[in-house]
Design a protein around this ligand. Structure first.
Ligand code: WTA
Length: 713
């Protein structure tokens, strides 16, 4: 059953600043109403939603009579679970991101899959299913305001012959005469090839995404906090021949030797032929002649117009590696039309964006949140996006608020960890800045505790803003469960209700049965596919099916636990698999264990997540040593440091365990399965509530572990 805290009625009604904007023009069609497929309004127990209903008469038309507002159509067929990837009914061809002129705007209506018949779909409006009318003249539907105009980006990377002149898109006739794109020609990158990206948070990273999308290359962006070994494995897995990086990065006042990490990774990747290096700090870096090229030199060598590649809706747009319950990271694949549709729709509706808005997502471009809410989502809606290079506390804990004030940010999206950290550092930082431009505050990546929510509302939002606690995952591509500003009342700590067309279900963990109705708790799954669902794991579809489709046949398995309270609001309870969420970074226990086991002294290891006030969870590693390994038992601290270094080296600094606990043995069942539950309980200070220990092969290990945890620094 759901906790008693869920029972409170929704307490945060419509935010005043959002209300004011409801009357102003939106980027796309207005939402006129919501109701579920039984005709019920929200709150009566159903979590299925109709698509936004757009009145045909309200839609603006251009001079050719074409309906101007973008209407999205995508009809999802039922999910095929054990036999193949989810199939989403075919959508028309779409052009990869272009220079502000999208000649083939994606015009689909978005219909939930339970639409009973085709006829009824047509009754939806004057746009039929799958209709993708090309406008007679190119309309700048997706203009991207300077300085973040996509044209500017594309010029930087494709403008190899001419000096940079104007950011105005060239007309199509002129474009047709332009020489072909040298970036792809020189480097041999064709549609469907992969390009690995390992870059800091500068606008060049965004340019790289868009440049790849434009020529149909599949980008694989690796978070720049990963170690050279992790980078190497990801490059090898997707077989990139081109890597884009920078000389160094800056983070929190420190310089990071990005290119040196790349060089170390590439020692074992002979297949990488070209490394394009952006100059960030200008410090001297090692150089491999023939392979390494400076971005600023190469960009002077290509024409300033690059025709966009035409992509099929199901062509991959990118690969993003993510951690799961096994050691090897999975290359999650997202597609051109479906993913972009999810990104565009969610920015529009979850954040209620208007053309003049300035969107600021504080994630790193190396994670899915950066992909969808720094790059694609805001730019598809034509609103300005922000690339933030620093940390929330460098050079001062006012940094976020300085940015909000300076750039007049209207949408601010960050993770609960950052909110908790800033809350701890005091209100005077928020008070010193004018935050009155902000209308919507977003939270993502981990459950947000009500105290952090309240602080965000009170001190950042000044009780004037909508707070959207958005639940989603790398695999879902875009937001799945979230309040809608101006439409849904919120409860601090609840992600509230599903996005249009999303059908979350809560299953009994053991029987797998759907728990109907309210006041239930179990495993969160999703029934039926949605546009931005990941289509496969790169070159390993079977792994995709095993991970997401087979655990609970008929449903997409999220790996999260969730409760639905008496008002039908959803509360995310955190991971139920072997994934740990530290500061919103998704870590696999198996991956950390594999890193530790590479140390010559380690015999066995079990990694667990322990809850932490600041970072949500933190990593504890229990380690047993090989009998032949000698070390000074009075100086376990040095060994622990060595082991932490080992994880930093193999995965990256963000995965480093907080505690290494050296124990004589691990608790195991008679069949040899490690019982992590016991270590979790002991670490949480609940060593007296271990429950049934009769299945343990050697119950005496429990006391030894308790003693070690109690004395561990
Ligand atoms: C967690 C990040 C609670 C969840 C977008 C999920 C959340 C994992 C929330 C995905 C939220 C994300 N409330 N938990 N609002 N948002 N999570 O793939 O456990 O890096 O499964 O995607 O983060 O992490 P990922």
């Amino acid at each position: 059953m759901a906790d008693s805290q869920h029972q409170s009625i929704p307490t945060h009604p419509i935010a005043p600043r959002v209300k004011e904007h409801q009357k102003k023009p939106h980027v796309g069609p207005d939402i006129l109403g919501y109701r579920d497929h039984h005709g019920k309004t929200f709150g009566e127990g159903s979590n299925e939603w109709w698509a936004p209903i757009v009145s045909p008469t309200d839609r603006p038309r251009d001079s050719t009579g074409i309906v101007r507002s973008r209407l999205f159509v995508l009809v999802a067929s039922r999910m095929e679970t054990s036999s193949g990837s989810p199939k989403v009914a075919s959508t028309p061809h779409t052009t990869a991101l272009t220079d502000g002129l999208i000649p083939t705007p994606i015009r689909f209506a978005f219909l939930p899959s339970y639409y009973p018949s085709v006829d009824q779909r047509f009754s939806f409006g004057d746009h039929g299913v799958g209709q993708c009318r090309q406008s007679q003249r190119p309309e700048p539907l997706y203009t991207i305001p300077p300085p973040l105009h996509s044209t500017t980006f594309c010029h930087e990377i494709t403008n190899f012959n001419r000096p940079q002149s104007s950011t105005k898109p060239m007309n199509r006739a002129k474009a047709a005469k332009s020489p072909p794109l040298s970036f792809s020609a020189n480097y041999g990158i064709k549609k469907g090839d992969t390009v690995s990206v390992y870059m800091p948070m500068t606008w060049h990273a965004v340019a790289t995404f868009l440049a790849c999308a434009r020529i149909g290359a599949i980008h694989s962006v690796v978070f720049a906090g990963f170690s050279s070994e992790s980078l190497r494995d990801r490059i090898k897995d997707c077989k990139s021949r081109v890597l884009i990086t920078s000389d160094e990065s800056r983070r929190g006042g420190k310089a990071i030797a990005t290119k040196a990490i790349v060089d170390a990774a590439l020692k074992e990747c002979p297949e990488v032929e070209h490394v394009l290096v952006q100059r960030r700090t200008g410090n001297t870096v090692a150089w491999t002649e023939g392979r390494d090229k400076w971005w600023h030199e190469e960009t002077l060598k290509v024409p300033n117009y690059c025709p966009p590649e035409v992509m099929s809706s199901e062509d991959p747009l990118f690969i993003l590696y993510t951690s799961g319950s096994t050691g090897k990271p999975k290359g999650v694949v997202h597609t051109t039309a479906g993913y972009l549709l999810g990104a565009a729709l969610t920015v529009k509706y979850v954040f209620d964006v208007h053309p003049e808005d300035k969107f600021a997502c504080m994630a790193d471009v190396g994670w899915i949140t950066g992909h969808t809410y720094i790059v694609y989502g805001p730019l598809l809606n034509g609103v300005t996006t922000t690339v933030f290079e620093s940390t929330p506390v460098y050079p001062t804990p006012s940094r976020y608020w300085q940015v909000v004030e300076k750039h007049q940010i209207t949408h601010f999206y960050t993770a609960p960890t950052a909110i908790r950290l800033l809350r701890r550092l005091g209100e005077h930082h928020t008070q010193a800045h004018d935050l009155s431009t902000v209308r919507v505050l977003g939270s993502v990546g981990e459950p947000i505790n009500p105290e952090a929510w309240d602080w965000y509302n009170e001190h950042v939002g000044k009780r004037q803003c909508a707070i959207v606690d958005t639940w989603w995952q790398t695999e879902t591509g875009s937001i799945m469960i979230t309040p809608f500003p101006g439409a849904i009342e919120t409860k601090p700590g609840s992600a509230t209700v599903p996005f249009f067309g999303i059908e979350p279900v809560i299953l009994d963990p053991v029987s797998g049965e759907v728990l109907e109705g309210n006041s239930v708790e179990g495993i969160l799954c999703i029934r039926n596919p949605w546009p931005s669902i990941a289509r496969t794991v790169w070159k390993d579809n079977n792994r995709y099916l095993d991970t997401y489709m087979r655990p609970y046949p008929g449903f997409f398995y999220t790996g999260d636990g969730a409760a639905r309270d008496e008002h039908g609001y959803i509360w995310i309870k955190g991971r139920v698999d072997d994934v740990i969420n530290v500061s919103g970074h998704r870590l696999s226990t198996a991956e950390i264990e594999s890193a530790l086991i590479l140390h010559r002294g380690v015999a066995e290891t079990a990694v667990i997540g322990v809850s932490d006030d600041l970072t949500g969870q933190t990593v504890y590693a229990f380690v047993t040593l090989k009998p032949e390994f000698t070390y000074n038992p009075n100086d376990e601290g040095s060994l622990a440091k060595e082991l932490i270094l080992q994880v930093r080296k193999v995965i990256g600094p963000f995965a480093a365990p907080k505690k290494i606990i050296i124990v004589p043995d691990l608790p195991k069942t008679r069949s040899g399965k490690i019982m992590r539950r016991i270590m979790r309980k002991i670490s949480a200070g609940e060593g007296d509530q271990l429950g049934d220990l009769s299945t343990l092969a050697d119950p005496s290990v429990v006391d030894a572990i308790k003693a070690k945890v109690a004395t561990s620094p």
